[in-house]
Every structure is written in structure tokens, then in C-alpha cells.
Design a binder for this molecule. Sequence first.
Ligand code: ARG
Length: 467
Amino acid sequence: MPEKFSSEKPWGGRFNAPTDAFVEAFTASVGFDRRLYAHDIQGSIAHARMLARQGVLGREDAERIEAGLEAIRKRIEAGEFPWSVGLEDVHMNIEAALTAEIGELGKRLHTGRSRNDQVATDIRLWLRDEIGTIRAGIRRLQGALVDLAEAEADTVMPGFTHLQTAQPVTFGHHLLAWFEMLERDHERLGDCRRRLNVMPLGAAALAGTSFPIDRAYTAELLGFDRPAENSLDAVSDRDFAIEFLAAAAILMMHLSRFSEELVLWVSAQFGFVELADAFCTGSSIMPQKKNPDVPELIRGKSGRVFGHLFALLTLMKGQPLAYNKDNQEDKEPLFDTVDTLEGCLKVFADLIPTLRPDREAMRAAARRGYSTATDLADYLVRKGLPFRDAHEAVGRAVAYAIAQGRDLEALSVEELRRFSDLIETDVFAVLTLEGSVAARDHLGGTAPNQVRAAVARARRRMGGESA
Ligand code: ARG
């Protein structure tokens, strides 16, 4: 029997030769999964308490393990923890440190558990917290939008379809459309959290454990709704991560759309709003430039989050049950997505209250595009004309106005009557921008008083539940 080499690795017993140095670094995850340390310790403490309650560990032993883990937590938070690539991942680093801290007893913590159920538990605990932070970030952005919508309830701007001026809308109404998109994101993440909140611990490596564990108790300690039903599924399931990334991708798609509108609106061609200097940068060559970098960057960052969703779908699609090392690749996409979302939500919520709308420019733009043509058609319908005929008549009136280089409301009654003799002087009330928006006075419509009512409802909806 050759002399046994000494390995620091908890799994070194079966091995006769040390790991290749490059392979060691290649397979290690501690460089990034150390981020899970707090949740790893949280899970370990609950596991130790459960083992003690079940008589698998002595009570005092469990208490010493807990104290040791708390000491390690402090050392990590003080930046004094010696992370070792040789110890592969966050789990083995902490376990080895525990044994160094409290002696041989540290080695008993891993009874009835495996890194496979441990890591699946850690990610769920961590993501659950991050979802809470992201949902609070969504609420903060929604609050900023609602405040601005209230202030701009009467501000008229052009509404677009095909990016062509369509009908006048109020700026407040437009901002509340953003609010609704975010409301669905908030809900989706809440839904994701509900399905995530199931505990893998107890599945051990894949088949469960021969120790008399009480999974319901551990689940209760960790705030999980219940233990996962099937041990094979528990260690291999990453659906919750994919669901989260899908919800994140949709949220980023929304933030990207808002950003695109801001980029358009701040351009000289639109001139609808001005961004505060604090959210822009200049050009090193063109002295006049004030670039909307923040919205542009958010629009750009949507790409990496979409990519992460695809990365995880692809990661999972070929995996047989149960745990495979492939799963170690689930963490970086999740970490980057969480950082991206939290950053984008924060900067957007900070930016919104600093927006300076140019009400005159919005109004002028709404007038330029014959945006009240539909109102004229509706007017003719109310006077008895079928809508299709009204559409035709107004179309000809618009062509005439374009040829004249004038707005519809600048035409005289005599000129307008060339297109329909149903037109009388009362037509001007419907051709004004204010008349047009005020007329859309029903739930979901753009009328200023509907915007104010929607603002009040939005505030109630946000207050109705905690993030
Ligand atoms: N670092 C691993 C991961 O992220 C932990 C689980 C390792 N389990 C194993 N049997 N190698 O997935």
C-alpha cells in the first residue's frame, strides 16, 4: 500500500493523488459562491438545531457548532476570512473553518446532509431575500412614477402608434402605463417567490438520509412553506432560478422600453423632457452634447439579463437526474441578474423625480400631427354619419390641411364644411387638445380626472401589501 498523500479536501479519502492545480482552480466556485456565505450559515444553523432536536447531535454540541458558525460569519464580514480555492466552494470553506474553530466536532455538522441539498437550499434562501429587495425597488420606482403622473395629469402630449402622432394623451396617463407594467413585474416576482419557497434540505445527495431527520422542523426554522416532496427533484431542480430569470428578463425589457422613450424624448427632435445633469454625460469632442447615458445603459443591460435566462435554460436542458456539476454554473448568471436589476431600479427611481417635462413642447408636438382627427370623425358620427364615411371625410380634410400647411383647428368652418355639411361652429370644442383628452373620460382613459383617479387607485394598490 503506497503511503497516503495528505489532502485538505473533505472528500480526499478516496483519492491517491492530489488534484491537478489547474483542475482545482477550474472546478472551484468559491471565487463567486462565497457570496452565499450568510445563507449557507443560516442553513447550517437550522440543520444543526434540527439534528440536536432529533438526538442525532448533543444539545451542547449543536450550540458549540452554532457559536462557531457565528464566529465565522463575523470573520467573513470583517474581511478576515482566508478563502481557499483548494477547498473548492463556500460550503467546504466554511465547514473546514468550523473544524479549525471548534475542533473535531465541526466534522459532525455535515451529518444527514450533502452539498447537493445544501447548495440548493442556499440559493433559494439567498434569492428569496433578493426578490424582496427587488420588489421593494420596483415599489420605489412605481412611487416616483405615480408622483410625477399626478403632477402631469393635465399635461397634453402626442400619443403614438407606429411612432406616428396618433391621438393626444396626457403625460400622466403615459407614466401610469409604465406603472402597470411594473405592477405585473412585482406580481410575477411574488409568484416566483411562492414557488421558490420550498426546502430541499433532507434530500442529502439525492436519495434522502438514513438519519431520523425532521424536515418540517428545519423548514419552519428557515421560513420555508414546506420541505420539497421528492429528494431527486429537490437537489436537481433549478426551475425557480429560471422563473426568476424570466421575470427579471421581462422587467428589464420594460425598463429598456422606458429608457428608449426617455432617449427619444430628450432628443432635440422631441424635446419633451430634460434629464438632470447628474444623470447625463458629455462628449469629449462635441461641446453641445448632453447624452442620456443612464437610460441608454439600462437599455443595453437588458441584453445581459436576457442572455442569463438562456444560459440557465441551456444549462438544464440536457441534465439527467439528479445533481450534476453543471449546476455550479447557475450562480454567476443569477448574481449578475440581481446586481443588474437592483442597480437599474435604483438609478431609474432616482432619475424620475429629476425629470423636467417641457409642457409647451409636448403640446406643440401634439398639435402638429393632426392628433384630433379621430375626434372630428367621432363628432361626425355623433351627427349621424356612419364611422367609415366620417373617416373618409376627415381624411380628405387632413390632406387639405397638410397641403395648406395648417392645423385642423386652424381651418375655418367654411373650409371644414367642404368635407361635410354636418360640421358646425361647435366643432372647435372637439378639435382642441384639451377637449380631445377630456372626452376620453372612462376607466382606463386618458382624461385628466381619470388620471387622478388612477393615481389614487395606484397608491392604494401599492399600499395594499408589503414588498
Ligand atoms: N459548488 C457546488 C455547486 O455550486 C456545490 C455542490 C457540489 N456538489 C458536488 N457533489 N460536487 O453546485
